[in-house]
Design a protein around this ligand. Structure first.
Ligand SMILES: Cc1ncc(COP(=O)(O)O)c(C=O)c1O
Length: 472
């Protein structure tokens, strides 16, 4: 069934958008139009800034995502505090998007703010060693199990270097990723499966000088047969995987036995395993690696790890570390960046690891996440919708499928759909910002319980309006 909803601007989706089962297409189209108009009308300053930005920014926005996601006029933030955003037009929002996990600990966690303020008076970047580096890499070894760690400026860079080191270690040139996974702005991972199962460049990225058909194998998450076939020739340097998929339109969990089989298949074929924990830190103080007892060869992360200062990290086994040492033996190899591991970023990491990523923090985020999930589940049950809600610690999302989604291939078209846009706008017009891709929410230790309650009430009202069973 196709919606007649107006869908201006680019969307993340490259397939036709369906109206989720259980929703009334007419009501959905009406909500989208109404909420768009309401959003624009209440944001004259944001709109004026947008017009100015169009003359000096490629998309009229600092990042192209902002242009692709729901609001017709970008949310233009004047300041952020706690787990709230304040826009230039005087609106306040409970922020459940949290900068796509980059602001997971809230926008001004007191421990992070105090540490960064102190460090700003002591130097931000020196290119020399500091005691905090040693503290951080020892702590990461303890939490995540891998002995050696390197600093980067972002999670994208952590993945870039991890893939490079996998090739250096194995002497192989190809990599494998799961369909519709996102690992950052890397040419190598800008690949998807076509409907007939061929690897093709992600729509829109060609030509970029990289032929992903040569460099990258892609299989669906949880498809062990396809994985086995892809690894069998022994030409893949590494599988790069999120332990739980978070970017495919909802939280997609590994099926029982998936990780054990993934590790077994990679070991048997001499393929390295890179676990990308960038989005899965909400699972626990040692990410999914610790929660699930994973044994990867490399781990990558970034986003929230330095409390808001750009930073990334990758950890590696003894074998990979030995290859890294050889690769950089003469000093010109290029595994770093002058801006990686500056004392400001590393002080942020020390504050996050030492004072924020504690059992108490996780207990609070989990509790809020449970409530958020329960509220969504209650609405799904009340309206008898064939939808599924899932949670990974303080990360909650729902899918327009009756069963837990097992791969992103079928789920991804919901990203950028009229339903996601209408629901995002409905909530944001009433002071709640959710994740624009999945409609889900992230809990921070600074998230107010009352905001979680408000989210539940608004979600119920929005779905009531869309099913027509609660009136509008
Ligand atoms: C799983 C995953 N890995 C890596 C990245 C890249 O992070 P960044 O854009 O901060 O470099 C992202 C970004 O969304 C991500 O979701």
């Amino acid at each position: 069934m196709t919606t007649r909803a107006h869908r201006p601007g680019a969307t993340m989706g490259d397939q036709p958008t369906d109206v989720p089962p259980g929703l009334d297409p007419e009501r959905l189209a009406g909500m989208l139009d109404e909420e768009r108009a309401r959003w624009i009308e209440a944001r004259p300053k944001s709109a004026a800034l947008r017009e100015r930005a169009r003359r000096s920014q490629v998309h009229g926005t600092p990042q192209h995502w902002i242009n692709q996601f729901p609001p017709p006029v970008p949310l233009t933030v004047e300041r952020a505090a706690g787990a709230r955003l304040y826009d230039v037009d005087g609106h306040e929002y409970a922020d459940f998007g949290l900068a796509g996990t980059a602001a997971l600990w809230g926008h001004d966690h007191p421990a992070v703010v105090a540490a960064l303020r102190d460090q700003l008076g002591r130097g931000s970047v020196t290119l020399w060693s500091h005691e905090d580096h040693v503290w951080v890499t020892e702590e990461l070894h303890h939490r995540f199990g891998l002995p050696f760690w390197q600093f980067t400026v972002s999670a994208s860079d952590a993945n870039r270097f991890a893939l490079l080191l996998a090739k250096v270690t194995t002497g192989r040139r190809r990599i494998l990723m799961f369909n519709r996974a996102y690992h950052g702005s890397l040419e190598l991972t800008a690949a998807v499966l076509s409907p007939d199962g061929e690897v093709i460049p992600q729509p829109g990225v060609e030509p970029n000088g990289v032929d992903v058909r040569e460099t990258t194998k892609v299989v669906e998450f949880n498809d062990l047969d396809a994985l086995e076939r892809a690894l069998a020739p022994g030409d893949v340097a590494a599988v790069l995987a999120e332990p739980v998929m978070t970017n495919g339109g909802a939280v997609i969990r590994p099926e029982p036995g998936f990780h054990a089989a993934l590790r077994d298949l990679t070991r048997r074929t001499g393929t390295l395993l890179i676990i990308d924990e960038t989005q899965t830190i909400p699972a626990g103080p040692g990410g999914c690696t610790r929660e699930f007892g994973l044994e990867p060869d490399l781990i990558t992360m970034g986003k929230c790890i330095a409390g808001g200062v750009p930073a990334g990290l990758y950890g590696m086994s003894d074998t990979v570390a030995a290859a890294a040492a050889r690769y950089t033996e003469h000093g010109d190899g290029g595994l770093g960046s002058t801006m990686a591991s500056g004392p400001l970023a590393v002080r942020g990491m020390r504050a996050v690891l030492g004072e924020v990523m504690t059992d108490d923090t996780y207990a609070r985020m989990n509790r809020l996440g449970e409530r958020y999930e329960r509220d969504i589940a209650a609405v799904i049950a009340r309206h008898d919708l064939p939808w599924h809600v899932g949670r990974l610690g303080g990360r909650v999302s729902y899918a327009f499928t009756p069963d837990p989604p097992r791969d992103a291939g079928r789920l991804y078209p919901s990203v950028g759909s009229a339903a996601r846009k209408a629901l995002w706008l409905y909530m944001a017009n009433r002071g709640i910002v959710v994740n624009p891709m999945s409609g889900g929410g992230l809990m921070s230790p600074l998230t107010a319980e009352t905001d979680v309650e408000r989210h539940g009430a608004l979600f119920a009202a929005a779905i009531g309006a869309l099913t027509g069973r609660n009136g509008r």
